[in-house]
Write a protein that binds this ligand. Structure first.
Ligand SMILES: Nc1nc2c(ncn2[C@@H]2O[C@H](COP(=O)(O)OP(=O)(O)OP(=O)(O)O)[C@@H](O)[C@H]2O)c(=O)[nH]1
Ligand SMILES: [Mg+2]
Length: 159
């Protein structure tokens, strides 16, 4: 891919809001999911596209469940940047911690998007420590508030 085509991979724990984020950016986004009990969960990927500042951004959402590590590894190949979506209504979990640690010692630009800020139990401060060094932004993937702006901010600052 040339510099005008940017592959961004969306990581995050189960239920953090990765699929919702991609759908809020691209209403035509595609998702491969299944039911976990009553609710849909991603088993393969999400895919969405958007143009930011003349750059073509390709968003690849990963499954959050632990057992899909092999899918995350495949989707990560050739990525130019990464976004970790976190659920600010909950304390940081092990998966989110290890994702942030791995990205912080890597060489590609990455961001932590503090999601579910519309929720009464949201507390973004929980993530201050593990997101230090990353581009951070608060948003709600559910209402769409600040979702596109967060992505634009990350792209403009880091690409
Ligand atoms: N209140 C609130 N709920 C949200 C927000 N974003 C996502 N949710 C809800 O959280 C749940 C999980 O959202 P998904 O987008 O499927 O999460 P995911 O990270 O793709 O989940 P997996 O693919 O299973 O790992 C759904 O019930 C969403 O409606 C948000 O910003 N605010
Ligand atoms: Mg999903």
């Amino acid at each position: 891919m040339g510099t005008d085509k940017i592959k961004i991979v969306i990581f995050g724990a189960y239920n953090a809001g990765k699929s919702s984020f991609i759908r809020s950016i691209d209403p035509q986004a595609r998702n491969v999911d299944t039911k976990a009990g009553d609710v849909p969960t991603t088993v393969a990927l999400d895919f969405g596209r958007v143009i930011v500042g003349g750059k073509k951004i390709y968003l690849f959402g990963t499954p959050g469940q632990e057992r899909f590590e092999f899918v995350r590894e495949i989707l990560s190949r050739g990525m130019h940047g990464a976004i970790v979506i976190v659920d600010t209504t909950r304390e940081p979990d092990d998966m989110t911690r290890s994702l942030c640690t791995a990205l912080s010692v890597g060489t590609i630009p990455y961001a932590v998007f503090l999601n579910k800020c519309d929720h009464a139990l949201s507390s973004p401060q929980r993530y201050v420590e593990i997101s230090s060094g990353a581009f951070t932004s608060t948003m709600s993937a559910l209402t769409g508030e600040n979702a596109l702006e967060s992505l634009q901010g990350f792209i403009e600052e880091c690409f």
